[in-house]
Design a protein around this ligand. Structure first.
Ligand SMILES: Nc1ncnc2c1ncn2[C@@H]1O[C@H](COP(=O)(O)OP(=O)(O)OP(=O)(O)O)[C@@H](O)[C@H]1O
Ligand SMILES: O=P(O)(O)OC[C@H]1O[C@H](OP(=O)(O)OP(=O)(O)O)[C@H](O)[C@@H]1O
Length: 302
């Protein structure tokens, strides 16, 4: 592939590996962005749109998009802040995956029990900007200057090993399930930020040329994300119980009510949040609803 083949194409950055990679591939499939990625090639042309996908490390995507080299990208909110690119990109959409928290962690058995105990000591992290800001504020509150301020050291990975190796009194690292932290004998004493994957677009004006294609792709991805969050709940209920059933399943706009052949009964169909499905079904049964069915959505526009 030569540079000419990218001419006029919207460039869309996707994490090339790691935690976000597989989910990004299902988002692309759900948005019908078709491509064939050749081994070892990090740029590939989309077959059914004037788009080229650029596979990059998640942490590099904010600056590529922020500086306008790439028009659109998927990455973590955490790395956007860490690379200080928040004001150079627009976060179009939260994607509902890659959810985790950047947390301050210390040895469970040690003497440090609070974030304040860690102030002025040694912290190791891959997020030196965010950790520097976080502990900088605490250093100011404690009026620490020079050598007495909290020392933040960067490592590229395996951050959780730093305390056991004697490099740090505490670390700042991402926590999802907490398994890594617990396995390293650490526990969290503070949260720097909560994060999830986001769709970002460049604020550089030259890329307004692609505005309508960006809107189309954004709307398609919105549909894929909504489909993963919602399900359809369908049930039958006696008409005199309808008000209390509707209160349980109000839908996004309103539920669809259809008459049943059985006298005094109606069928209700409504969008519900997937994570609330079990509680909704319990509440519907309690209100007298019957034949309750839940359907997953493949895709939607809401
Ligand atoms: N345990 C996790 N659970 C959920 N999301 C995570 C988790 N760890 C990281 N992420 C998200 O995924 C992004 C990329 O992290 P990941 O560790 O997969 O990167 P990577 O490309 O493998 O980089 P590196 O080589 O630096 O580890 C993070 O910035 C964060 O937004
Ligand atoms: O709370 P948990 O569910 O255990 O997840 C947290 C771990 O996930 C991330 O690392 P990852 O596994 O992506 O590998 P890395 O250290 O190579 O970045 C993060 O840096 C933690 O080590």
């Amino acid at each position: 592939m030569n540079a000419d083949s990218l001419d006029g194409r919207l460039l869309f950055a996707i994490p090339k590996k790691g935690r976000l990679y597989e989910k990004c591939l299902s988002i692309l499939a759900g948005a019908d962005i078709q491509f064939r990625r050749h081994a070892r090639l990090d740029v590939c042309l989309v077959l059914n749109h004037p788009i080229a996908l650029v596979f990059l490390p998640a942490s590099d995507i904010p600056s590529f998009v922020g500086k306008g080299n790439v028009d659109l990208g998927i990455t973590g909110h955490d790395v956007i802040l860490e690379s200080q690119m928040l004001e150079h990109v627009t976060e179009e959409l939260r994607l509902g995956f890659g959810k985790c928290a950047l947390q301050v962690q210390v040895p469970e058995a040690g003497s440090i029990k609070t974030v304040e105990d860690l102030v002025g000591k040694r912290v190791v992290t891959s997020f030196e900007v965010l950790s520097g800001e976080y502990f900088g504020k605490l250093d100011d509150i404690f009026q620490l200057s020079g050598e007495r301020r909290t020392k933040i050291d960067y490592v590229g990975g395996s951050v959780e090993a730093a305390c056991a190796l004697g490099l740090a009194d505490g670390i700042v690292d991402l926590v999802e399930s907490g398994d890594t932290m617990r396995a390293a004998g650490l526990h969290a004493i503070g949260t720097v930020l909560e994060t999830e994957a986001v769709l970002i677009r460049s604020r550089i004006p030259k890329h307004q040329a692609h505005a309508s294609l960006i809107d189309l792709i954004t709307n398609r991805i919105k549909g894929v994300v909504a489909a993963s969050k919602y399900a359809i709940c369908q049930y039958n209920v006696a008409r005199n119980r309808l008000p209390s059933a509707i209160a349980i399943t109000p839908g996004r706009r309103a539920p669809t009510i259809s008459p049943l052949e059985a006298d005094g009964w109606v069928a209700v169909s409504s969008m519900v949040e997937k994570k609330k499905v079990a509680q909704i079904m319990d509440d519907l049964v309690a209100t007298g609803a019957e034949d309750i069915l839940i359907f997953n959505l493949d895709n939607c526009r809401v």
